[in-house]
Write a new protein. Sequence first.
Lengths: 93, 156
Amino acid sequence: MTQLDLQNSIISIKIETLDLYSIYFNRRRIGDEVSVKNQKEFLVALDLYIQILEYYDNSWVDKDNLDISELEIQNVIEAAVALLRTFKTSYYG
Amino acid sequence: MATITFNVLESADATYFTIVNMGSNVATPLTLTVTDPDSVTYNYTITAGDLLNSFNGLGLKITAATLGYSATKFADGIYQFTLNDSVDNSTIYEGFNAVILQDGMKSALSYRVYLPKATKDYILEKMLYLNNLSYAASVGATDKFNENLEILQNMR
């Protein structure tokens, strides 16, 4: 994975996460507490994954000496994409 | 001579920092004095070659070994940096947190939505305190920086 690949992944995840926030805000507006609760779980995780990816991107120059491997970062990207793909527009309690 | 203005950035692996001139070009060799969180002082002379090649450009890389630091990695905490050229001097404080930041990110790698709530809360709490470190550093709140750093170190 090149740094450009990583940066492109971060941008894609951010854009798709923002789309999910629009859905989340709509559910909040109509008072759908069950959906809001479940969706927030996903959004918190996505926010955390973006922070990790940005940290790794900023640390690129020193990445060979980090205790975090490229494979672990690829797993984080995979986990983020899995959340983006399985996020539901609504949940029924 | 104009007041020396400079900036310091710690590397992500904590093995070195980069110091860069942010003001007008300085022509004379400078003495850099670094005081670590344990109040131990280290000196380094920035030579004319350093000035030409790095300090006035993208930045001069100073490793822990170059400085004579007691470990291979800089410990987290507040460092004082003073540049002195016998006419003028300038001091800045910088919070180093690369070690604890890497530790926090390492534990965050395992965050998954299906994990028990307590596990997720623990990771998120660590991330909160890491954010606090950067907030404290950005406003110069050294006591708050140390407070959050101590909590994070206790959570390791």
